[in-house]
Ligand binder design. Structure first.
Ligand SMILES: [Mg+2]
Length: 228
């Protein structure tokens, strides 16, 4: 039976980018021909569709611009994440992905990014996209909340063991909403002590020191305990 580790991207596989929060505004400015007013912090754990919808509302713009802004964001990401905004892998990513695959699990994604944004970010960081099963991955460009992604994952992977690895309390809440086990890794903005207050079954400092614990948790989840 195929078993899936659903990886979050930002803060989990990739270190967060210093300008990540501003790219949405750049896309909005270019589509709506407005000025939004400077650098914004990243909104960790939110999905792209939600961030765009909230900012369009905040700036008093037509929600109908959403698709055009998303498309512009794709273009900006393709341009930046291979160059100026190239991301770095969090420590131990390659080894963790290899160990997960060697343990018989399939690596896949559950991320607030669109498919193409996830792909350019990972490729830009030097990670081969073929390491992931893109068919069994879940993306946030059309979602308004992360729970929409976990609901889709839960429905698509019913009966097959699956677990989410992410870096924010909202990853945990979205996983818990549909009963998917969640493993936290403290390589984003949230420290381990804060992640320990979530429902995470394990909290890893990073994927180097946490690799053995990750594999041990996967071992425990391999038993077909999920309801059919
Ligand atoms: Mg994240």
């Amino acid at each position: 039976m195929t078993k899936y580790v659903l990886w979050d991207v930002d803060g989990t596989l990739l270190l967060n980018g210093p300008r990540a929060g501003s790219l949405y505004d750049e896309a909005i400015e270019q589509v709506a021909d407005i000025t939004t007013g400077g650098v914004r912090p990243a909104e960790h754990g939110k999905v792209d569709g939600q961030i765009i919808a909230e900012r369009l509302a905040e700036y008093g713009l037509d929600a109908g611009l959403h698709a055009a802004v998303q498309a512009r964001l794709e273009d900006l990401s393709a341009e930046r994440h291979r160059g100026a905004d190239r991301r770095e892998l969090t420590p131990g990513v390659r080894e963790a992905l290899e160990a997960v695959a060697a343990a018989g699990w399939t690596n896949a994604l559950l991320t607030g990014n669109s498919l193409s944004r996830a792909r350019v970010k990972l490729e830009g960081a030097g990670l081969d996209p073929r390491r992931f099963d893109w068919e069994a991955s879940f993306f946030g460009d059309r979602a308004r909340a992360r729970t929409e992604l976990t609901q889709a994952a839960s429905a698509a992977l019913r009966g097959k063991p699956h677990v989410i690895v992410g870096d924010t309390p909202s990853d945990d809440r979205a996983a818990a909403a549909v009963g998917i086990p969640f493993i936290a890794v403290a390589t984003g903005v949230y420290p381990a002590e804060e992640l320990r207050r979530t429902g995470a079954i394990a909290v890893l400092d990073d994927l180097v020191t946490g690799r053995a614990a990750l594999l041990a948790e996967l071992d425990g989840l391999s038993e077909p305990a999920l309801s059919p």
